[in-house]
Design a protein around this ligand. Structure first.
Ligand SMILES: NC(=O)c1ccc[n+]([C@@H]2O[C@H](COP(=O)([O-])OP(=O)(O)OC[C@H]3O[C@@H](n4cnc5c(N)ncnc54)[C@H](OP(=O)(O)O)[C@@H]3O)[C@@H](O)[C@H]2O)c1
Length: 162
C-alpha cells in the first residue's frame, strides 16, 4: 500500500478538463461541490424528472441529462447507486464516452464483478472514500479531508467482452 497526501497530487492536471459527475446523492453532491469549489469545470448528470435536478440548480452547478453530461467529458464519475450503474453505463455512458476519457468509481463493485466492462481506450479510476458524503463535504469545508482507497489503470483492468 502506498499512502498519498495532498502534497503528492497535482490538481493542475484537471485544470481545463471537463468533469461529469453522474448522480447527485450522498457522494455526487459532496464531490461535485468540492470540485466546483476547487475551481474545476463540473457538470452534474442526472434525470430531469428526479429530485436532484433542481437541487443541482439551487446549489449553482451546471446540470444536464446523463448522456449530455458524458458527451465531451474528460472524467466521468459514476456516483449513482451501484445497482443502477450497469444499465445506465450501457444505455447512456458507453455510447457517449470519448476515447481517452477516464471513468471513475467510488466503489469497486461494478468493475470487480464485471458488471461494467470499460473499453480499452479509457482510463479507469477508483476513489472510494471511507466516509459518507456529508462528512466529506464538511471536512473539505474545514480545510481537511477524509481517507479514500484509490486504484487506477491506464487501460481497462479486464478484457472487454465481444
Ligand atoms: N453513500 C456514501 O456515502 C458512499 C460512501 C462511499 C462510496 N459510495 C459509493 O458511491 C456511489 C454512489 O453512492 P451514493 O450513496 O452516493 O448514491 P445515492 O445517494 O443513492 O445516489 C442518488 C443519486 O442517484 C440518482 N439516481 C438513482 N437512481 C437513478 C436512475 N435509475 N437513473 C438516474 N439517476 C438515478 C438520484 O437521482 P434522483 O434525484 O433523480 O433520484 C440521485 O441523484 C456508489 O458506488 C457507492 O457504493 C457511497
Amino acid at each position: 500500500m502506498k499512502i498519498y497526501h495532498d502534497a503528492d497530487v497535482d490538481l493542475g492536471i484537471l485544470s481545463g478538463k471537463k468533469i461529469a459527475v453522474l448522480g447527485y446523492g450522498a457522494q455526487g453532491r459532496a464531490q461535485a461541490l468540492c470540485f466546483h469549489d476547487s475551481g474545476l469545470d463540473v457538470t452534474v448528470g442526472t434525470r430531469k424528472n428526479g429530485k436532484s435536478w433542481n437541487r443541482v440548480k439551487e446549489d449553482g452547478l451546471k446540470v444536464a441529462e446523463i448522456p449530455d453530461a458524458v458527451k465531451g467529458a474528460d472524467v466521468v464519475m459514476m456516483l449513482l447507486p451501484d445497482e443502477v450503474q450497469p444499465d445506465i453505463y450501457k444505455e447512456m455512458v458507453k455510447p457517449n464516452l470519448k476515447a481517452g476519457a477516464a471513468l471513475e468509481f467510488a466503489h469497486g463493485f461494478a468493475i470487480t464483478y464485471e458488471l461494467i466492462v470499460p473499453p480499452d481506450n479509457v482510463d479507469v479510476i477508483m476513489m472510494a472514500p471511507k466516509a459518507p458524503g456529508d462528512m466529506e463535504r464538511l471536512m473539505f469545508l474545514e480545510g481537511f479531508g477524509v481517507p479514500a482507497w484509490c486504484a487506477f489503470t491506464r487501460t481497462s483492468p479486464v478484457t472487454p467482452r465481444k
